[in-house]
Design a protein around this ligand. Structure first.
Ligand code: FES
Length: 121
């Protein structure tokens, strides 16, 4: 169920997103169709536009996963750029310091919401 409340757009109940797991959500972002990766990392819900900084590819384009084998970093499945989950910053040699596009989400007693005016469902 997705319902609008104020500017927020409801995504999911909190217990549907376990630590280290992610959801891929199709949205319109800044007027263009794309997908967003929503994940929980060390208890915190975070989201990024699903587009690598290296090339216009989705992070999960080759494999149905976004974390590396340690679970501590996001990893693009195409050429392996590794990102710090809390900042979206590349910590690889390739594209070092470049950042994924952050999408604002909030979590409250009702669940997880988009809170980003660029996102439409
Ligand atoms: S497209 Fe992501 S690392 Fe090259």
């Amino acid at each position: 169920m997705i319902a609008a409340k104020d500017r927020r757009i409801w995504i999911s109940a909190s217990d549907k997103l376990l630590d280290g797991h992610y959801m891929r959500i199709d949205v319109t972002y800044a007027g263009y169709p794309t997908s967003v990766l929503l994940f929980r990392y060390k208890g915190q819900c975070l989201a990024y536009k699903n587009q690598c900084v290296h090339m216009p590819r989705e992070l999960d384009c080759e494999r149905d996963m976004i974390f590396d084998e340690t679970g501590q970093y996001l990893r693009c499945s195409m050429h392996g750029i590794v990102y710090e989950p809390r900042t979206g910053e590349s910590v690889s040699t390739m594209c070092n310091g470049e950042r994924l596009t952050s999408v604002r989400v909030i979590e409250d007693e009702e669940g997880i919401w988009f809170n980003d005016k660029r996102v439409k469902i």
